[in-house]
Design a binder for this molecule. Structure first.
Ligand code: CDT
Length: 316
């Protein structure tokens, strides 16, 4: 059986606040058709891909906040994307804001789903590393209120899909070594990541000129150090007055970029990714069983009276 996945970057340009879900889904469908014409099995869309990046605004009313969230998936507006996926045999990763209920309380997550080539949801991930702040901070040019609007997710997992082990992360997660390592310890072969990254970083404006460099640096390091493919996809361009980086790319387990977008608008780029290429790294330089030294990392943890490995599995 072939272990190639033909993966498409489904980079989005800006989405205005006034744009409807129906309009956005039409753009996603057009990119899926283009990806299919190029032979794609899977298309990866950005974080919060159905609306504008609303955490840039301070909001207090539940009604206004919830207008950016999905109560079900698929919904009436997103159903055409699932139907097209089934018709074309193209799976997808989609980021969106999820509103759910837990113990009678409404809970909001920054979520992504993995949909297989039959249009069925086979994986769901809720963003763990939420950047930004909780309250209005008027000194900023624009807000970054992810901590206000979302509850953090609680795990990085790996899904058997597309003939391999697929992991998901969202935006700020890609800057953290733990994101890749926890999935690397589960044998991940391809990590899918959607992002919205403003060029301007209010607490650290000296980093603005390095925003594209840090984007690629983090994902290349994660790929190489864990012997995995990494697929990073932006919502790019000037959206509601805020400029966000592009730089969507596909990175091989060698750390090399094999495909990338060159605009800051809606753009599809594709690569043929050999999942067996991961083994070249996982069995040699990064053979974890042979070479890792967890005892030296202080990574054996105690939780609820149990002794666990860093990946949450029991010690033995
Ligand atoms: N969406 C998201 O997580 N964005 C953050 C912006 C942080 S400011 C540099 C990111 O890490 O890209």
């Amino acid at each position: 059986m072939t272990r190639f996945i033909h993966v498409a970057l489904g980079q989005l340009g800006p989405i205005a606040r006034a744009d409807t879900r129906v309009q956005v889904v039409a753009r996603l469908c057009e990119m899926m058709r283009e990806a299919h014409a190029c032979g794609a099995h899977l298309i990866v869309y950005p974080e919060l891909a159905l609306t504008t990046f609303f955490p840039r605004w301070y909001m207090d009313s539940d009604g206004e906040i919830n207008s950016f969230f999905e109560r079900e998936m698929p919904s009436a507006e997103t159903l055409p994307l699932f139907a097209l996926s089934r018709e074309l045999g193209v799976g997808f990763y989609l980021g969106y804001a999820e509103l759910t209920s837990e113990n009678g309380r409404q809970v909001r997550y920054n979520t992504s789903i993995l949909v297989d080539r039959g249009g069925t949801i086979v994986g769901k991930y809720r963003k763990v590393h939420l950047p930004g702040h909780y309250e209005h901070e008027p000194w900023r040019r624009f807000q970054h209120l992810e901590k206000r609007y979302f509850t953090p997710g609680d795990r990085f997992g790996v899904t058997e899909a597309f003939g391999g082990k697929i992991g998901m992360a969202i935006c700020n997660d890609r800057r953290w070594a733990e994101t890749y390592r926890v999935m690397g310890l589960q044998g991940v072969e391809m990590v899918l990541i959607g992002y919205n990254t403003p060029v301007h970083n209010a607490p650290a404006p000296a980093h603005d000129d390095l925003s594209l460099f840090h984007n690629q640096l983090s994902m290349q390091a994660g790929a190489y150090q864990n012997g995995t493919w990494v697929v990073g996809v932006a919502k790019a361009g000037i959206e509601e007055g805020v400029d966000s980086i592009g730089g969507s790319c596909i990175i091989a387990p060698s750390g090399e970029v094999v495909a990338s977008c060159i605009t800051k608008g809606d753009e599809v780029a594709i690569a043929r990714c050999d999942l067996d290429f991961c083994a070249l790294y996982k069995r040699t330089t990064f053979n974890f069983d042979l070479h890792r030294q967890p005892h030296a990392y202080g990574m054996i943890v105690e939780r609820k009276g149990e002794t666990l490995r860093a990946d949450g599995s029991p010690l033995g």
